[in-house]
Design a protein around this ligand. Structure first.
Ligand code: FES
Length: 570
C-alpha cells in the first residue's frame, strides 16, 4: 500500500531529502509512524474571519481530522485564499480564478494523497473544486452549511430580504433604524446565506455531482449533524485514497448532466451556469451553455425556497434535503453516476422520505412549472445570456420596451434616482461594462434597483439586462451574463437610449430592434470605455479572462496538469 502512496515520494525517501521532509514535520511533535505508509489527507481550509460564512471552519476541520485519524490516515490542514462575498472589493468573482490557482498549486506541491475541501461562501466552492480538478487526486467536499433562519418583527427573513429592505428604505417605507435592527436579526448564527442563493446552490451542486456524502447540502451550520458529516467525510477520504477514487472518476459527463437537472428542480442561482462550465473545462468535460437548456428542459421547479419561493435551507433540511429531490427526479437522472461514498447518486437517495411537501413538491404536482434557468440567444447576446424565470415576473416574460441605458455602474448610481430620468415601468434598463473584462470581474449588480420615482408608484419589477451577474439571493426579471460583453464590443455596447428591446423567454430570444446597417454604423464608431489595469493580477485577469459562456476562467487554466511534480529534489 505505502509504495503506491503519493506522499511516500516525500516521506518514504532515504538520505538527505527524506531527512528534510520528515525532520521539519517533526518540529510539530509528529511521531515517525505517522509518515510510514498512512494516507496523508490534506484539509484545504478557507477559514477566514474576513469570510464570515466560513468563520467556523477551524472547528469543522477538527471533526474532519477525527475521521481521518480513526480511518488510519494522517491529516494535515492547510490554508488557501478565502473569498468572502460580502467584504471583498470590487467583487469576489474577480479572485475566483486566483484562488483556484492557489488551491491547485498548494495541492500538487505538497505530500498529500487525498484532499478534503472545506468550502461555504459563494466563490469558495467553485474555486476549490476548480483547483482540485486541475490536480485530480481523490477529493471530497464538506460544505459549511447554511445559517439558521433569520427572524425580524415576527417573520422569517433571509438574504433575499436585503433587496426588499433596500427598496423599502429608498421609498421611505422602512427607516434606517429598522434596517439596523434587521441586520442582527438576519445573520444570527454561523453559516452561509440561508436561501437558495449561490452558496446553497454550490452546496447542492457538489452533492448532485457526487463530490460529497449524502445530505451535505442542507444541514445547517449550527446543527451538530454538520460536524458528524465532516467526521464521516474525513473517514471516507482515507478509503477513497485506498480505492484511488479520483475526481475524474466521479465527474463524468453524466454527472454534470445530473447536476444541471437537479439544479433546475431546486431553482438554483444563475451563478451555477458560470461555475459549472468552469469546473467542466478544468476536468476535461465538453459542456456548453446550450446543455443547460437541453438538460433541464421539462424539469419543473420542485423546491419552494427563496428567492423563487417562500422557505429557507433549514426548512429544506427538515423536509429531507437534496436526497428527496434526487429521488423525485430518479427517472430523469443517469442512474450510474458514482459518488464519493462509492455508491451511485440514486442508490444514496433511494430511501429518502419527504417530510414537508410544502417545501419539496413532486413531479406530478410541482411548485412551479417553469424550469429554474433559461438560456437566451439573439443579437444582444450572440454567445448567450441567462435568466431565472422562476424568480422573475410572468407578465414580463414576453416584453418589448424602450432602453434606458447606463454606460457603467457609476453612471447608474448617478442617474437612477434622478426625477428627470426618462423611464417608466415599460422601460428596459440596460447596464453596460459590468462583464468579466469590463468591470473587471463581473460583479453581482445585474439586478439593478428600480428607479425611485417608479418605486414610489408601486413598481417592483422591470426588465433589466447586463453583462454582469446577480446574487443568487436576488430576484426579478433580470437578464444576465450577456456575451460577448460590452467591453469587448458585444452588441450590448451599441444600445442607445430609446432603442426598442424585445425579450421573449419562451422563444429564448433577446433582440435589439435596430436594423443591421445602423448597428454597423455604431460599431464602426464604438470605442471601449472600461478601466484597464496596467499591472498585477487584475492586468493578468483582463488579458486572459474568457467570456461568461465559457465559465469566465482564465484561458491558460483550462484542463489539468495532474498530480505529478516534475522537478522534485532539493
Ligand atoms: Fe457568504 Fe452569502 S455572503 S454565502
Amino acid at each position: 500500500m505505502s509504495t503506491h502512496l503519493r506522499s511516500q515520494q516525500w516521506f518514504g525517501r532515504t538520505g538527505k531529502d527524506g531527512f528534510i521532509y520528515r525532520a521539519w514535520m517533526k518540529n510539530q511533535g509528529i511521531p515517525d509512524e505517522e509518515f510510514r505508509g498512512k494516507p496523508v489527507i490534506g484539509i484545504c481550509n478557507t477559514w477566514s474571519e474576513l469570510t464570515p460564512c466560513n468563520a467556523h471552519f477551524r472547528e469543522l476541520a477538527e471533526s474532519v481530522k477525527r475521521g481521518v485519524i480513526a480511518a488510519g490516515g494522517f491529516p494535515v490542514e492547510f490554508p488557501v485564499m478565502s473569498l468572502g462575498e460580502t467584504l471583498m472589493k470590487p467583487t469576489a468573482m474577480l479572485y475566483r480564478n486566483l484562488a483556484s490557482m492557489d488551491v491547485e498549486e498548494s495541492i500538487r506541491a505538497n505530500p498529500v494523497d487525498g484532499v478534503v475541501l472545506l468550502c461555504g461562501c459563494d466563490k469558495t466552492t467553485p474555486s476549490l473544486v476548480m483547483g482540485a480538478c486541475s490536480v485530480n487526486l481523490p477529493t471530497i467536499v464538506v460544505s459549511g452549511g447554511p445559517m439558521l433562519i433569520g427572524r425580524y418583527e415576527g417573520r422569517d427573513i433571509g438574504t433575499s430580504d436585503i433587496w426588499r429592505f433596500a427598496d423599502a428604505v429608498r421609498s421611505g417605507a422602512m427607516s434606517q433604524e429598522q434596517l439596523t435592527v434587521a441586520e442582527a436579526c438576519m445573520c444570527r448564527s454561523r453559516g452561509h446565506c440561508a436561501v437558495m442563493g449561490t452558496a446553497s446552490t454550490m452546496a447542492c451542486m457538489v452533492e448532485s455531482l457526487g463530490l460529497t456524502l449524502p445530505t451535505n447540502a442542507a444541514i445547517p451550520a449550527a446543527d451538530s449533524r454538520r460536524k458528524v458529516l465532516a467526521q464521516y467525510s474525513g473517514g471516507r477520504i482515507v478509503d477513497m485514497v485506498r480505492e484511488d477514487l479520483t475526481l475524474s472518476k466521479i465527474l463524468t459527463r453524466e454527472a454534470f448532466e445530473n447536476a444541471i437537472r437537479v439544479n433546475a428542480a431546486i431553482g438554483g442561482s444563475t451563478n451555477f451556469v458560470i461555475h459549472l462550465l468552469a469546473i467542466a473545462r478544468r476536468i476535461g468535460i465538453d459542456l456548453s451553455i446550450e446543455d443547460f437548456h437541453e438538460q433541464s428542459a421539462g424539469i419543473p421547479l420542485l423546491v419552494n425556497l427563496q428567492p423563487s419561493g417562500q422557505y429557507f435551507m433549514e426548512d429544506f433540511y427538515y423536509a429531507g434535503g437534496l436526497p428527496v429531490v434526487v429521488q423525485a427526479l430518479s427517472d430523469r437522472l443517469h442512474p450510474g453516476t458514482r459518488t464519493a461514498n462509492g455508491q451511485t447518486l440514486l442508490e444514496n437517495c433511494a430511501s429518502a422520505v419527504c417530510h414537508r411537501p410544502d417545501v419539496i413538491a413532486t413531479l406530478e404536482s410541482p411548485f412551479k412549472s417553469e424550469t429554474g434557468l433559461a438560456i437566451l440567444r439573439g443579437n444582444l447576446c450572440a454567445d448567450g445570456a441567462v435568466i431565472k424565470p422562476s424568480a422573475a415576473s410572468p407578465r414580463l416574460m414576453q416584453h418589448t420596451g424602450k432602453a434606458v441605458v447606463f454606460e457603467n455602474i457609476e453612471d447608474y448610481h448617478a442617474r437612477v434616482d434622478d426625477p428627470s430620468l426618462d423611464v417608466d415601468e415599460t422601460s428596459v434598463m440596460v447596464l453596460k461594462n459590468v462583464g468579466p473584462v469590463g468591470y473587471p470581474g463581473m460583479p453581482e449588480v445585474g439586478n439593478m434597483g428600480i428607479p425611485r420615482k417608479l418605486l414610489e408608484r408601486g413598481v417592483t419589477d422591470m426588465v433589466r439586462i447586463s453583462d454582469g451577474r446577480m446574487s443568487g439571493t436576488g430576484f426579478g426579471t433580470v437578464v444576465l451574463h450577456a456575451a460577448p460583453e460590452a467591453a469587448i464590443g458585444g452588441t450590448l455596447a451599441l444600445v442607445q437610449a430609446g432603442d426598442l428591446i424585445r425579450l421573449d423567454v419562451s422563444a429564448r430570444r433577446l433582440e435589439l430592434l435596430v436594423d443591421e446597417a445602423e448597428l454597423e454604423r455604431r460599431r464602426a464608431a464604438w470605442q471601449p470605455s472600461h478601466p484597464v489595469a496596467d499591472r498585477g493580477y487584475v492586468s493578468l485577469f483582463q488579458q486572459h479572462v474568457q467570456q461568461a459562456h465559457l465559465g469566465a476562467d482564465l484561458d491558460f487554466l483550462h484542463g489539468s496538469s495532474g498530480s505529478e511534480v516534475l522537478r522534485d529534489s532539493h
